[in-house]
Each structure stands twice: as structure tokens, then as C-alpha cells.
Design a protein around this ligand. Structure first.
Ligand code: ZN
Length: 58
């Protein structure tokens, strides 16, 4: 099952990192990350970037 659910999750990750998703969406993202290593890696990259931006903005 190639890319099963990844696209919809990736679309939400940017918002999810900033805690802008609804509770149901957060759980969907978390559930997907638990089983999808590729998306976890992506999240780690984006969190690094977001953290860097937050420091710059602060
Ligand atoms: Zn995925």
C-alpha cells in the first residue's frame, strides 16, 4: 500500500506542528506517525525548521 494516507497527513503536518489542528486531526496525524517512519522523519525535519524560525522570530 504505497503512500497510504501520507498525502493527507503531510498536508496537515505544517499546521500540526504549530498546534493548529483539531483534536481529531492531531490524533489522526499521531496515529499515522506511529506507523510511518517516512512521515516521522519529515516531521523531525520540519520541527527543526519551525524551531529555528521560532527562535529567529522571538
Ligand atoms: Zn506517511
Amino acid at each position: 500500500m504505497p503512500d497510504d494516507g501520507c498525502k493527507s497527513i503531510v498536508d496537515r503536518i505544517g499546521v500540526w506542528i504549530r498546534d493548529g489542528t483539531s483534536r481529531g486531526e492531531r490524533e489522526a496525524v499521531r496515529g499515522h506517525l506511529a506507523v510511518c517512519r517516512r512521515c516521522r522523519d519529515l516531521v523531525e525535519e520540519l520541527v527543526d525548521v519551525a524551531g529555528g524560525l521560532a527562535r529567529v522570530a522571538a
